[in-house]
Design a protein around this ligand. Structure first.
Ligand code: SAH
Length: 231
């Protein structure tokens, strides 16, 4: 999969994209991540990419032209499955969206800043708008990093144990059961006996019970939505 990210702060991706799972995916050649500095597509001598909002009011707006030029160049090189704009009023990011996007070949992610981008870009160039939550960030970069991470880890071959992504929270409509590691006893805190019993069937039943009760407690809406495998 190839993801092209359009941003005015490409350096913001250095940490998230050069460590851990994403780094491994890139090194294995499974993911190709390309950062495009929007200022490189500005024809202005000061590399300006924002301007005052019509109607006044506080805050600058990202201009159409540099964004259109950047997207046009990318589209002239290959076809894209989605041109995504990170936006607080976009579709709330869920595991289902991540699963669907992970099946694509080429994605563009546009990061906004200031008051956002000129609405005409959203009308004419954007095919999908994604929010990472009902709160406002200063820019789309952190959201784009979250989105990229959540997609890339789902591509077969990225995680060591390919089944591990399938047993994560939300994949079966349930959150994950609790997990433990050694030591078996720390201070007075012990591991549930069942997990050391060696009885695989009982352990699996216990994990499922835990996942169901946790989901009811922490994400009751998920149980009501009927998305989980129990119904
Ligand atoms: N004026 C806008 C907020 C702009 S915030 C409004 O009130 O809706 C600047 C940029 O940060 C946005 O263009 C968007 O790209 C990004 N952003 C902010 N919050 C976000 C969120 N919750 N999810 C994804 N992107 C977000």
């Amino acid at each position: 999969m190839r993801i092209d990210i359009i941003t005015i702060f490409p350096e913001m991706f250095e940490g998230p994209f050069t460590e851990s799972i994403i780094k491994r995916a890139v090194n294995k050649g499974i993911a190709q991540l390309h950062l495009h500095n929007l200022r490189d597509f500005s024809t202005d001598k000061n590399k300006k990419v924002d301007d005052y909002a019509f109607s006044g009011g506080a805050g600058m707006v990202m201009m159409i032209e540099p964004i259109d030029r950047c997207i046009s160049v990318l589209k002239s090189e290959r076809s894209y499955d989605e041109v995504i704009y990170m936006s607080p009023d976009g579709e709330l990011l869920t595991q289902t969206i991540c699963n669907n996007l992970s099946l694509h070949q080429n994605l563009i992610i546009l990061c906004g800043h200031y008051k956002g981008i000129d609405e005409r870009i959203r009308e004419h160039l954007i095919t999908k708008e994604i929010s990472i939550g009902d709160y406002v960030l200063s820019g789309g970069e952190l959201g784009a990093a979250v989105l990229t991470d959540s997609i890339i880890r789902l591509i077969p071959g990225v995680l060591n144990d390919e089944t591990s992504a399938l047993s994560d929270s939300f994949q079966s409509g349930l959150v994950s059961p609790p997990v433990y590691t050694r030591p078996r006893k720390y201070k007075n805190w012990s591991v549930p006996d069942i997990l050391i019993s060696g009885d695989e069937r009982k352990i699996n039943d216990w994990k499922l019970d835990q996942a169901i009760s946790r989901t009811k407690e922490r994400r009751p809406g998920m149980m009501d939505s009927g998305k989980n495998i129990q119904e």
